[in-house]
Design a protein around this ligand. Structure first.
Ligand code: HEC
Length: 140
């Protein structure tokens, strides 16, 4: 039994080392049309949303370790696809209006920033003052 357990443990370590070689792309494409919002609004987005919704992602050290890296890269790619503040000024006003509504919905329901993110970025959680600042901006 002991021997089987040891073999299993070695295999687990090897698998962990092996998956580190699976290539994932941690890209930060150029910022072409960054959102032009008042400083107090932008600061909130920067500290709570930009890691997943802009091209200025700060990749933490654990984003380089598989399998966590896969989850993070996936969230960033998906997040940018749905809403990218680095491209905001290129969007038609229709799209911006729709996104603003969604932004407020997500924030109001505490869906964003994602819980999995605020575990490591506790100061990304939004307080009532920050929420109201965003609320005002989305209704402009
Ligand atoms: C950890 C990464 C992460 C952070 C941080 C984050 N988001 Fe997201 N967000 C996502 C992902 C992934 C999706 C798409 C999947 C989903 O809806 O869960 C998404 C979806 C959204 C959507 C929905 C877009 C659509 O078209 O349905 C909005 C709006 C949004 N986020 C706003 C925000 C705002 C505002 C913040 C900051 C307060 C924020 N997010 C922080 C990852 C993140």
């Amino acid at each position: 039994m002991k021997r089987i357990r040891r073999v299993f443990f070695v295999l687990l370590i090897l698998a962990f080392i092996g998956i580190q070689y699976v290539e994932v792309e941690r890209t930060n494409p150029p910022v072409t049309a960054d959102v032009n919002a008042p400083t107090e609004v932008k600061n909130i987005f920067k500290s709570s949303c930009y890691d997943c919704h802009s091209n200025e992602t700060v990749w933490p050290w654990y984003s380089k370790i598989a399998p966590i890296s896969w989850l993070i890269v996936n969230d960033v790619m998906d997040g940018r696809k749905k809403l990218n503040f680095s491209e905001w000024e290129k969007f038609y006003s229709d799209k911006r209006t729709k996104l603003k509504k969604k932004i407020w919905d997500e924030i109001n329901q505490d869906e964003m920033p994602k819980d999995i993110y605020t575990i490591m970025h506790t100061n990304a959680k939004l307080d009532i003052i920050q929420k109201n600042t965003i609320k005002k901006w989305v209704s402009e």
